[in-house]
Design a protein around this ligand. Structure first.
Ligand code: PRP
Length: 208
C-alpha cells in the first residue's frame, strides 16, 4: 500500500503487545502510548528538512544540521492527547493545536466539538496524533480542517489502523502518509478495530 508505513521496529511490536492486553492498567497503558508515540515519531520525521550549520566543539568547528521545519502536533481529542508527551520528548518545541472530535456511536461519523486554530497557519508541517484509525472518518475530517487552515505538509501518526480506515484515507487524502505501529485485521459491526486494544480513550483515562 502506497504511503502507508507500518512500523518495522521490534520495540514497537513488543510494546504494542502489552498495550493490547486487557490486563494492562490505565497507568501502564498511558506510559506505553507515550513510548510508542515517541518511537513512531522517530520514524515519521525521517524526511524533515534540515539546514547545514557549523558548531564549535571544545576542539574544533564541526559540521552539523538544524531542523528547518516548524512542527505542529494535532492530537485528536481525547485519545490523541496521550501521544503528545511522547512526541514532545523528541520535538520539545512543537506547537500543539487540539482538535476535538468524537465518533457518533450510531452513524460512526465524526462530530467536531473543539477547534481553536488561529486564522493563519503557524507551522509548516503537522503531525496528526490519534492512536486509532478505524473507519478513517475522524482522520479525514481533521485533514480537511488542516487543509482549510492552509498547512501544506500533513502526516498521520497512529498506533492501530484498520484496512477500512486506510482505504478511506487513501481515497480522500492519498498524499498524506500514514504511520502506524500495525495494521489490524478488520472493523467489527460496532466500528471497533479487531483484534485491536479496546477503546484507547477509555483505557487511557480510566473511563471504560
Ligand atoms: C476514537 C479514536 C479516534 C476515532 C477513530 O475516538 O480515538 O479518534 O474514534 O474512529 P474513526 O476512524 O472511525 O473516525 P472516540 O470517538 O472514541 O472519542 P474519544 O477519543 O474521545 O474516546
Amino acid at each position: 500500500m502506497k504511503n502507508v508505513f507500518p512500523s518495522p521496529h521490534p520495540l514497537v511490536a513488543h510494546k504494542l503487545g502489552i498495550l493490547r492486553s486487557a490486563d494492562t492498567d490505565p497507568q501502564s497503558f498511558r506510559e506505553l502510548v507515550r513510548e510508542i508515540a515517541a518511537l513512531m515519531t522517530y520514524e515519521a520525521t525521517a524526511d524533515l528538512m534540515t539546514k547545514s550549520i557549523t558548531v564549535n566543539t571544545p576542539l574544533a568547528p564541526a559540521p552539523g544540521v538544524e531542523l528547518q521545519e516548524n512542527i505542529g502536533l494535532v492530537p485528536i481529542l481525547r485519545a490523541g492527547l496521550g501521544m503528545v508527551e511522547g512526541v514532545w520528548e523528541l520535538v520539545p518545541n512543537a506547537q500543539v493545536w487540539h482538535i476535538g472530535l468524537y465518533r457518533d456511536e450510531r452513524t460512526l461519523k465524526p462530530v467536531e466539538y473543539y477547534n481553536k486554530l488561529p486564522v493563519e497557519p503557524t507551522v509548516s508541517v503537522t503531525l496528526i496524533l490519534d492512536p486509532m484509525l478505524a473507519t478513517g472518518g475522524s482522520a479525514v475530517a481533521t485533514i480537511d480542517i488542516l487543509k482549510r487552515w492552509g498547512v501544506k505538509k500533513i502526516k498521520f501518526v497512529g498506533i492501530l489502523g484498520a484496512p477500512e480506515g486506510i482505504q478511506q484515507m487513501q481515497e480522500k487524502h492519498p498524499e498524506v502518509p500514514i504511520h502506524l505501529a500495525v495494521i489490524d485485521d478488520h472493523l467489527n459491526e460496532n466500528g471497533f478495530i479487531v483484534p485491536g486494544l479496546g477503546d484507547a480513550g477509555d483505557r487511557q483515562f480510566g473511563t471504560g
